[in-house]
Design a protein around this ligand. Sequence first.
Ligand SMILES: Cc1cc2nc3c(=O)[nH]c(=O)nc-3n(C[C@H](O)[C@H](O)[C@H](O)COP(=O)(O)OP(=O)(O)OC[C@H]3O[C@@H](n4cnc5c(N)ncnc54)[C@H](O)[C@@H]3O)c2cc1C
Length: 574
Amino acid sequence: MCGACRARRASARETTTRAEFCAPCRDGARATTTRATRVADGASFDVVVCGAGAAGTSFARTYLETTARGGDGDGDGDGDGDGARGARLLLLDRGGCAKTVERVERVTRRASVYGAREDALGALEALGARTATASVAACDAESKTLTLDDGARVRYGALCVATGATPRCPLPEASDGAVDAHEVRDVESADALARRLSSMTATASADSDSKTKRIAIAGNGGIALELVDALCVRGLRARGLEACELVWLVKHGEVGDAFFDVDAADFLLRALDARRRDGEAKDDDGADVDWDSPTPERGAGRSTKKRARGRESGAAAGPDWLDRFRAKSAADDARAPLSRMKLRVLKNVCIREARKDANTGVNVLTLSDGTTIEVDAVVAAAGVEPRCDWLDEVAAPRSKSDGGILVDACMRTVGPYGDSIFAVGDACTMSARASNPETPWFQMRLWSQAAQTGAFAAKVAAGVCDADALGFNFEIFTHVTRFFGLKVILLGLYNAQKLDDVPANEVTTYQRESLADATYVRVLLVRGRMMGAVLVGDTDLEETFENLILDGVDLSRFGPSLLDPELDLEDYFD
Ligand SMILES: Cc1cc2nc3c(=O)[nH]c(=O)nc-3n(C[C@H](O)[C@H](O)[C@H](O)COP(=O)(O)OP(=O)(O)OC[C@H]3O[C@@H](n4cnc5c(N)ncnc54)[C@H](O)[C@@H]3O)c2cc1C
């Protein structure tokens, strides 16, 4: 153990996160944390939580804290107080680590920046949980019994399903299994991609005559945006990177469509381009951007069927995954100059066929527009699918639209076992709570929502919270993030989510932008009332707009001057 880590371990802190250790000690810590702790066959618990990602850990912590303070504690959520104080809770995870989401910075009353901490699963025993490294293989909801992968059977009073989601594979089902495909979900998969990138840049650097090395990234959400930013905008200290190309395959007409509307996406692209140009002026590294837009094709974007995988992923990587990825990708060449990959964006395409050429070893992708590209690797960044194969769909019905476990407004599964089975985080679909068109809140699979749904379900299970969800924010959607180095705040129904049934003439949007100070503001109003806003850069409008959305003040009289920087909007709400 290195001196710094020894000092940290010796310090008085109750838990120490793996991220604080140097690499060898971190790996040692992981080995310790993943050592199997088994549950005895026939053991029985008031509550069993499956999955120690952000959602499951939040459920376990909140439930233990609540029952320790004298909640109901019997897991039936009826508030009758017939449960034992300090209920017996088992937290299971196949990965051996527990993720805890923490608020890093409060931005408005409802919006915050979150971070995630990773502890050994066993650290939760200090709170009174029993923990075990095990995979749940099956559930008999009638007899309230789980079967674990080692054959042990565990009885529960209440079950919390928090097994997260798995990356959607952008390759068609019939693709050649030999294709070099990567995903980004957990720390291991992000590390594997970093290693692949490292070996590619090393080859490109050693053999300057070799063909351009190429990676295709398929997807248009947050992970794709972050990878493009890391590899093509901010760059890495890796020799040979400039000889590589990133081909970004976007099934929509605009990049970032999973988050934004066309105008906001367009602004972000121009900001990205400006940043790259700025970087090029400084670095003179000559990276190119080629914004290619093939003709849209009917049916494009449908090939997102799941492919069988040899590996089961763990908890979603934390917000620091990109820093770790950057460090690992450049690990062999820390003193190399900062360089960036060339970027080619192909819009309105998806992968129709993927195979590995047996002679050249190159992966050949046939796109929906009929063109083919040869790549060294493909990265899947096409969103996630809830995962819970071990829970019968009759016992816990699924959403037809995204496959998540359907829950009611209290996070109880719909169907016959709602009194004993909860589902939270990425694994669940909250149609009941999200369906009200009057409420500017909707579900998005994010840290904040994973942690919130876990804590809320725990309070319901402990009998101290009901559908009113007092103390929880299901009133307004908020998300604070960064894309291409710019702060992005999303409020309410910022992209007209849930407004399909509202006549177009009742919806108004206003926007203003400035490339010079890299700010973009777009608001959406329904019948004069603000329902959503996108804020890019330092606009200082988030608090005001959040209040305007929540208060539902009629703003019709302002028209486009609503975004006039001289207008003091704070005077118009209480
Ligand atoms: C690379 C990446 C970057 C992201 N960046 C952001 C971001 O910047 N901001 C943001 O808000 N969100 C981000 N997200 C999304 C966010 O991470 C997820 O919404 C959130 O972590 C979901 O938490 P969860 O607990 O529901 O699921 P998970 O974190 O996936 O946890 C599920 C847990 O269940 C365990 N498990 C699964 N099956 C079983 C089984 N059968 N038996 C036992 N255990 C099992 C797994 O090991 C895992 O630990 C990102 C996601 C990824 C992948």
